[in-house]
Write a protein that binds this ligand. Structure first.
Ligand SMILES: Cc1ncc(COP(=O)(O)O)c(C=O)c1O
Length: 368
């Protein structure tokens, strides 16, 4: 099971139903006190001054980019190995994506990114992704931001709970986008997202942009979106999900440790793509099939009842929707290899030790 939302429901049912009851009784369904309270509680949990609830992680990135001034004529350096939403947010604001390669663990190669930015000062924005929940080096990111004079917007869709050098992800750049998609570490019972920032003016503008660009009631100061987080989602998130988030992230970590240990006999054939530093949020557990046929390995897992995922089989610049837009500045060797050879093993807080052992046993057999 890639995820087990029925098991999650058994765990959260009472708190979620109480949250629904609270919203129903309040008679207030859109942008009310539940969203406000969730934003405050999440901002405290994350350790950032402002959180703005929106309708999806992609919207959070789009709104952050708009607030940062990325638009037509601008280019945004990012990773080719990510959810297409990262690239789509850039295209949606009218900017052009620029892709450089990832390192051998799948994360944006920050040295390479710095070199590209130094060589092409016309690129004024950087959107790194804390892929798989692995935190990028905050000191390196801060140095790129300073030395290259770029505005950094962090894609934290997968990194709720990750820390490096004592810092949560999303706190180096001007703003960050978090996804509340149900599979995420902090998942809603539907779509949702959050923009995180230390900048009070930016947060205020994001609140306006999520609501048609409305300043005073029925007065629209700019062309905004309809991208509001519902009261129902906010209520369930703050009553049922957020209070469990630390425990859920810890559980993901335990499963990741079981996998790392259990897969050791396959060293040289199957290599986990692990964080290069800090503490991962372990949103995904990606392995690279180094020796052997990744297709056969995946089929072997499926034949043994293990739902294996792929993150991501097609690089962003190769998506049919792109049709020549954007700029590829590397051969993208690492990204291409990982796209071909990566397999994601099931990881979620409801997975038992016995489930994890079953996954490991299946890997040991399928990799033969
Ligand atoms: C790295 C990354 N960025 C952005 C997104 C977009 O988030 P959402 O699906 O909430 O729009 C996702 C989630 O799918 C993601 O994994």
């Amino acid at each position: 099971m890639a995820n087990d939302f029925s098991a999650q429901w058994r765990e959260i049912r009472e708190d979620a139903l109480a949250a629904v009851e609270r919203v129903g009784r309040s008679g207030w369904l859109i942008l009310g006190q539940e969203v406000e309270a969730f934003e405050r509680e999440l901002a405290d949990w994350w350790g950032v001054a402002h959180a703005v609830g929106v309708a999806s992680g992609m919207d959070a990135l789009e709104i952050a980019l708009r607030c940062a001034g990325a638009g037509p004529g601008e280019r945004v350096l990012t990773t080719p190995l990510t959810a297409f939403a990262t690239t789509l947010a850039i295209l949606r604001v009218g900017a052009q994506p620029v892709w450089c390669d990832v390192d051998s663990s799948g994360s944006l190669d920050l040295e390479r990114a710095a070199a590209v930015l130094r060589a092409d000062p016309g690129i004024r924005f950087l959107m790194p992704v804390h892929l798989y929940g692995h935190p990028l080096d905050p000191a390196a990111l801060a140095e790129i931001q300073r030395a290259c004079g770029v505005t950094v917007i962090e894609d934290c869709a997968q990194s709720a709970g990750a820390r490096r050098e004592g810092l949560p992800t999303g706190t180096v750049g001007l703003a960050a986008g978090l996804s509340l998609y149900p599979t995420k570490n902090l998942g809603a019972m539907g779509d949702g997202g959050v923009l995180l920032t230390a900048d009070a003016d930016l947060a205020q503008r994001a609140r306006r942009l999520r609501n048609y660009g409305q300043g005073a009631r029925y007065e629209h100061l700019e062309e905004g979106l309809n991208s509001r987080l519902d009261e129902l989602h906010a209520a369930i998130l703050r009553s049922a999900m957020l209070p469990r988030l630390d425990a859920w992230v810890t559980r993901r970590r335990e499963i990741a440790e079981l996998y790392v240990h259990g897969l050791r006999p396959l060293a040289g054939r199957l290599e986990p793509l692990l964080a290069t530093g800090g503490t991962s949020a372990n949103h995904l557990f990606a392995v690279e099939v180094v020796g052997g046929d990744p297709q056969r390995f995946r089929a072997g897992l499926e034949a043994r009842g293990i739902a294996a995922g792929r993150h991501y089989p097609l690089l962003c610049p190769e998506q049919p929707a792109i049709s020549g837009r954007g700029q590829v500045c590397d051969p993208l060797e690492n990204a291409r290899r990982i796209a071909r050879r990566e397999v994601s093993l099931p990881i979620h807080p409801q997975l038992s030790d016995a489930d994890a052992e079953r996954v490991i046993a299946a890997c040991l057999e399928a990799a033969q």
